[in-house]
Design a binder for this molecule. Structure first.
Ligand code: GLC
Length: 606
């Protein structure tokens, strides 16, 4: 492609993105770094797809892009509550979900993050994470028209749709894999095929199994292929080979297709695994970050309002680069370091590790925000905290949440030498519903955690059911397809009678009231001009977490992680007048009294 044709084609693209015309240069640089060779030829192919997508982009979505461009910092707002759930378990199907939007809006939700809903393989699909067709909705959930209707309905309500794109692997039944199995060399090159067992062993020497019990090894021999294929997760999930630029191109096209259906953000599943390098554990390689940056730059040219969320449950130091190394990467990433440390603090009544992790998390770039959460559909991975907490802490917490103390969680598989992860709903992990646990304290633990994650800088995430303190579901044990997968323990069906009762003061009411209030209060922080990163303060009691945000109106969050009342001195520099936002009361005095597991939010005079 000549320079001239390049510019002429790009004239059709919306310019003035946060990077202006620079996005094309960024894209060229990232593709050059990844693929070398004749980068202009590859860029021409990418630009073709971008031009087609930009031309097809509906005006309503272009208007959304424009509004986001006017406020480039929109991703940094407080109180952008996200709700994550399995569509079938929450509402049956997409039509049912549309019928439940009032419920979600009433809860203060601004973003819906349904777990994978694209057409999955039949039988076991790892909860939809084995996609057979990225351009079709799972038939049991609805169709593309209904997805578009949902996206439109959300836009009309000022809400957004964040969709899972399982970009690291496809199902063995995806068309690309089918063609690879039929022997088509073009599609064989879409996957990592390994010819000999010796080569498999050479790779596996440095790999760490994700599911060592239910899916040992990282390769699967496939008779049709006549070779081994890389399968990081389950044998039916085939890792894509991003060293092949055609894979990048096709996955970008999927993103563009879905963006034009009204999807406003993508959760890039398993982002750490996108690049393989011999002699490494094949996670978080520099090229994985570059791929994300290339996706970002490309979207900046054709759908700039679309957000990228990194699904990288790794050590914080490996997560931060997903926000971008050479250029902008994801706008959001799971704050799993803080999440895991909060659970540890609750077990120990000691917040030291949370303080360390909060400081490290504050290294995020300005354009990006943390997705702060307590639980999600996966296990709590203690190993991801190993750079911040000694192994004996991780072991103790893992054992604690395996049914000790107040918890009713369960251990989950981990690779040899690692610390077992934890499964279980938030309510179960904090002891709600356990006959031998004080129900008031249990509920206070749940609201404490949600109170903290709403006060941090970033977007709060509610995991479906936590708002009514829904417990574990052992029903999966009776289902042969799911029985061996412990994560289904915390993937219950929504209990609508309980949700209705919670509104009227029934079981779960305390969680519902608190979580709604936290969301509303977080949005107030935005209005009051609270800005900046949450930075921890050293307190004179190990169980008290204190952090401030001081770039705008001074804000202080205090949280008592112990099951007893505490009195602490006000931290230095925060001795002025102010208000406690959650209870709407004035703050006064030099000391602060906190009830067991109490969280309070102070807004101070500037
Ligand atoms: C991500 C998902 C997890 C899934 C895995 C493989 O980690 O969150 O649920 O099993 O990817 O797709």
């Amino acid at each position: 492609m000549t320079e001239y044709a390049d510019r002429a084609e790009l004239a059709a693209l919306p310019q003035g993105t946060p990077f202006g015309g620079a996005a094309l240069e960024i894209l060229r640089a990232r593709l050059g770094a990844l693929y070398g060779g004749d980068v202009d030829c590859l860029l021409a192919k990418v630009v073709d797809r971008l031009v087609a997508a930009a031309e097809a982009r509906p005006n309503s979505l272009k208007a959304l892009d424009a509004s986001r461009r006017r406020g480039p910092d929109w991703a940094g707002r407080s109180g952008e509550t996200v709700y994550t759930f399995y569509v079938d378990r929450f509402a049956g199907d997409l039509n049912g979900l549309i019928d439940r939007l009032d419920y979600l809006q009433d809860l203060g939700v601004r973003w819906l993050h349904p777990l994978p809903l694209l057409k999955a393989r039949e039988g076991d699909s790892d909860g939809g994470f084995a996609v057979r067709d990225y351009r079709e909705v799972e038939p049991a959930l609805g169709d593309m028209d209904t997805l578009e209707r949902l996206a439109r309905e959300l836009r009309d309500r000022g809400m957004g749709l964040l969709l899972d794109v399982v970009c690291n692997h496809t199902a063995r039944e995806h068309d690309w894999a089918v063609r690879a199995r039929a022997g088509d060399p073009k599609f064989r090159a879409f996957y990592h095929l390994v010819e000999t067992e010796a080569e498999v062993r050479a790779w596996e020497e440095t790999l760490v199994d994700v599911f060592p019990v239910t899916a040992p090894g990282s390769f699967t021999y496939d008779d049709d292929l006549g070779s081994w294929v890389w399968t990081t997760f389950y044998p039916f999930q085939w890792d894509l080979n991003y060293a092949n630029p055609e894979v990048f191109l096709e996955m970008l096209d999927v993103l563009l297709f879905l963006a034009n259906k009204g999807v406003q953000g993508f959760r890039l599943d398993s982002a750490p695994f996108l690049w393989k390098r011999k002699g490494t554990h094949c996670r978080n390689q520099p090229e994985a970050y570059a791929i994300i940056e290339a996706f970002r730059a490309a979207l900046d040219l054709a759908a700039p309002g679309v957000l990228l969320l990194a699904e990288a449950i790794e050590s914080l130091d490996d997560v931060l680069p997903f926000f971008g190394v050479e250029s902008r990467g994801c706008g959001l990433a799971y704050n799993n370091g803080v999440m895991t440390a909060l659970w540890g603090a609750l077990a120990d009544e000691d917040v030291a590790v949370v303080r360390t992790v909060l400081t490290a998390a504050s290294a995020r770039p300005d354009h990006a925000a943390w997705l702060n959460y307590v639980r999600c559909h996966d296990d709590v991975i203690w190993n991801a905290l190993s750079a911040y907490a000694p192994p004996q802490d991780l072991e103790r917490w893992s054992a604690f949440y395996d049914g000790q103390g107040f918890s009713a969680g369960r251990k989950f598989q981990t690779a040899p030498g690692g610390v077992a992860s934890t499964n279980g709903m938030t309510a179960a992990l904090v002891g709600v519903g356990r006959a031998d646990v004080d129900p008031v304290a249990a509920m206070a633990r749940l609201t404490l955690l949600y109170g903290v994650i709403h006060a941090l800088d970033g977007w709060p995430l509610i995991y479906m059911g936590d708002e009514i303190a829904l417990g574990n579901d052992t029903g999966f044990l009776a289902d042969p397809l799911r029985a061996s997968e412990g994560r289904w323990l915390h993937r219950p069906a929504m209990d609508w009678p309980r949700a209705l009762a919670a509104r009227d003061g029934g079981p779960g009411a305390a969680a519902l009231t608190a979580i709604r209030r936290f969301g509303a209060a977080a949005r107030q922080l935005e209005v009051f001009g609270v800005r900046g990163r949450a930075l921890p303060l050293q307190m004179d009691n190990p169980a008290v977490l204190a952090f401030s945000r001081t770039d705008g109106r001074p804000f202080l969050c205090l949280a008592n992680f112990s099951n007893g009342p505490v009195v602490v001195e006000r931290p230095a520099g925060f001795d002025g007048a102010g208000r406690e936002i959650l209870t709407s009361s004035a703050v006064s005095g030099q000391t602060i009294e906190l009830a067991p597991y109490e969280v309070c939010w102070w807004l101070l005079e500037a």
